[in-house]
Design a protein around this ligand. Structure first.
Ligand SMILES: C[S@@+](CC[C@H](N)C(=O)[O-])C[C@H]1O[C@@H](n2cnc3c(N)ncnc32)[C@H](O)[C@@H]1O
Length: 307
């Protein structure tokens, strides 16, 4: 019965519930059907057929909120999602990071935040092995991939994917980097060792250590509300090396914040952290988080004081 509930009722319910989970309706508008189906399934489990009944349960039982929170996870991903991003990473960003890491005698470290079934993390690993590893044999690449959904982490560790997850792969990758297994294709074992998967909620936890590159795409800056976006952006920024890179989703932008990120590639949504929080002059009320052509390097002074 719950399955036949109207889209409009689900929209009204989400518009009520999402702000209570520190999420924003606008991010869910296009993908709501997946979420509405899950909520309908949950209501059926509880023997409910109206959203007002489910609201009453949520009012009465705080333990139901995490169940709803889990139903609101959108888990769409695929390998090489957004060609611009991985083309640019392979062309110069990863090679530059390799040079820097070799100079500093340390590994290149990347974090895939909200990694779904590992598509993004393994794409990075394959890209490195195909384009960078031979030129920099002494530099290690460590990828930490985190997700709050245990099913996603399990699938990521399984490393085998249906054809739909692989449709954006560049020519040659499928044949050279995957092995067919029934209906699925499995990532070649030599790439798997580069990735460590952690079950983590980005609202509460970040992986240990500093990162050169953080991919945080199609999660925080789409689904979370402004205040939670800022909290998570602070946490991500704390984990970035000076001059480290942050990649957001193709349709995302950072919230106004105190952090100084410059836009390195507008199409690929690759941002570079400029090392220090920007201190604004009293007259500067513009939103932060945008490329600022006049920004100076950390420690440089102007007549207005520190940049
Ligand atoms: C839409 S997918 C994006 C996957 C990948 N980043 C991409 O762009 O292709 C969002 C992922 O974030 C995960 N997620 C949702 N809420 C999370 C949270 N609070 N902490 C960590 N991961 C979360 C979901 O389980 C899902 O796998």
């Amino acid at each position: 019965m719950a399955r036949s509930m109207k889209d409009a009722d689900c929209i009204a319910f989400l518009q009520w519930a999402l702000p209570r989970l520190d999420m924003r309706w606008a991010g869910f508008r296009k993908v709501r059907r997946q979420v509405c189906r899950r909520i309908a399934r949950r209501m059926t489990e509880l023997g409910l057929d109206r959203y007002d009944q489910y609201r009453a349960i949520l009012h009465a039982n705080p333990d139901e909120w995490p169940v709803l929170d889990a139903a609101c996870r959108v888990t769409i991903s695929r390998f090489y999602r957004d060609k611009n991003v991985f083309d640019r990473l392979g062309r110069d960003i990863l090679p530059n990071l390799a040079v820097r890491a070799r100079r500093d005698k340390r590994p290149v470290r990347c974090w895939s935040a909200g990694c779904a079934s590992g598509e993004e993390a393994y794409t990075l690993a394959i890209l490195w092995d195909r384009a960078i590893a031979t030129a920099h044999p002494t530099v290690a690449l460590e990828i930490v991939a985190t997700d709050t959904d245990p099913h996603m982490i399990e699938r990521a560790k399984n490393t085998c994917y249906p054809p739909g997850s692989l449709k954006d792969l560049p020519a040659g990758w499928l044949e050279e980097e995957f092995t067919a297994s029934g209906y699925t294709f499995c990532v070649d074992p030599r790439h798997r060792g580069r990735v460590t998967f952690l079950l983590q909620d980005i609202r509460e936890q970040t992986p240990p250590g500093r990162f050169d590159l953080v991919l945080c795409r199609n999660l925080v800056f789409t689904y979370f509300d402004a205040s939670l976006q800022n909290k998570v952006l602070d946490a991500i920024t704390n984990q970035l090396h000076p001059d480290g890179y942050l990649v957001t989703g193709a349709h995302e932008r950072l919230p106004p914040s105190k952090h100084d990120f410059g836009s390195l590639d507008r199409c690929a949504k690759i941002l570079q952290y400029r090392g220090e929080p920007k201190r604004r002059a009293c007259s500067d009320h513009r939103a932060g988080g945008r490329a600022d052509p006049d920004a100076l390097g950390p420690g440089q002074t102007t007549e207005r004081g520190y940049s």
